[in-house]
Ligand binder design. Structure first.
Ligand code: UT7
Length: 333
């Protein structure tokens, strides 16, 4: 599913992020399961990740990231008309985490709901809100990717527990004025035949959690990593190529690629296939691991705040996750 032009241009007016204080290092994990810092760094690029405190929920992290994005955008919570939270670790199955965020921010005018598209959720939210703004339904939106993956991680499974972390990233989208940036092209896709490659099997209507299946870890993330890896590289490359072509850009026009932060080898493979040099690809998974929907949002904020691109630059965001789902966006900053 794609789009190129809209009647009203939409820009990213501000970004923000938040990660919990607690750092969990590879060495600490190696003391718990049969792994090593060397294996984790070589196979994934991850050195440490953040773990939320017991009383710190997905909505709390989301609201902290959102406040920073609002501040940068120069908007007050009451100005916000739409809040979309992308998450697979909502505070509660219902109501939506976006409703808690609305309350915590005091964004009293905002319509608020969640979407579930795993690691692709932030860019799904970007496309949905861009369309709703360009169609005139709203003048602005707060989109957030937030996860407390530590609550759905099997801490006894070395093949997954080394990968994930907690955190949140946010962006404020609004109608752009002449001369401002624009979300130029977006792409998203899904292959539901591959649901089994990456899932949390329990906790829904198909497999409600019971005392016995908790012991089988059915409420935690389950992944066939090798298979996911191959599809991720191909789909992310294709999605990025599509938005770059629709934007009319060439690889040398791109100031920064901001990919989903799951595995450095996947990121390197995509940069290679897109012919974009590694120094123009933003990476922070060494510090945070894979934070699912939050990953690309945190990376966007860090890239923005550290000057990885400037006004007028061309940037490409590209993501991949459970579903399987994928998405990309070409943004003129
Ligand atoms: O965010 C959503 C999208 N997710 C992704 O994109 C993740 C995609 N997949 C990956 O990033 C990689 O497949 C992993 C990092 C998950 C795994 O890397 P891999 O190179 O595909 O390793 P593997 O699963 O093929 O395992 C290789 C070996 C196995 O041992 P044997 O069978 O060769 O003896 C595993 O048992 O590494 C072993 N292994 C470990 N060893 C030490 C698996 N996990 C660990 C570990 N420490 N943590």
């Amino acid at each position: 599913m794609s789009e190129t032009t809209s009647v009203i241009d939409v820009c990213i007016a501000g970004t923000g992020s938040y990660v919990p204080e607690r750092i969990l290092t590879n060495a600490e994990l190696a003391a718990r399961v049969d792994t090593s810092d060397e294996w984790i760094v070589t196979r994934t690029g991850i050195r440490e990740r953040r773990i939320a405190a017991d009383g710190e929920f997905t909505s709390h992290m989301a609201s902290k990231a959102a406040k920073r994005a609002l501040e940068q955008a120069g908007l007050a919570p009451e100005d916000i008309e739409l809040i979309i939270v992308a998450t697979i670790t909502p505070d509660t199955p219902t109501p939506a985490t976006a409703c808690y965020v609305q309350q915590q921010l005091g964004a009293v005018r905002a319509v608020a709901f969640d979407i579930s598209a795993a690691c692709s959720g932030f860019l799904y939210a970007m496309k949905i809100s861009k369309r709703l703004i360009s169609d005139g339904a709203f003048t602005n939106a707060l989109i957030i990717g937030a996860e407390k993956l530590s609550t759905v991680t099997n801490w006894e499974d070395r093949s997954t527990c080394v990968l994930f972390g907690d955190g949140a990233g946010a962006a404020v989208l609004r109608r752009s004025e002449p001369g401002e940036g624009s979300i130029v092209a977006t792409e998203m896709g899904t292959d539901g035949s591959l649901t089994g490659l990456l899932s949390i099997p329990g906790g829904g209507s198909a497999c409600p959690i019971t005392g016995s299946n908790i012991n089988e870890h059915l409420h935690t993330l389950n992944m066939q990593g090798k298979e996911v890896f191959k599809v991720a590289v191909n789909r992310m490359r294709e999605a990025a190529e599509k938005v770059i072509a629709r934007a009319g850009w060439k690889p040398e026009d791109i100031a920064c690629i901001i990919p989903h932060q799951a595995n450095l080898r996947i990121i390197d493979a995509i940069a290679d296939r897109l012919a974009v040099p590694n120094d123009r690809v933003f990476v922070n998974l060494d510090k945070y691991g894979n934070t699912s929907a939050a990953a690309v949002a945190i990376a966007l904020d860090e890239a923005n705040r550290t000057g990885a691109f400037k006004r007028g630059d061309h940037i490409v965001l590209v993501v991949f996750g459970a579903g399987l789902t994928w998405a990309a966006a070409a943004v003129r900053w």
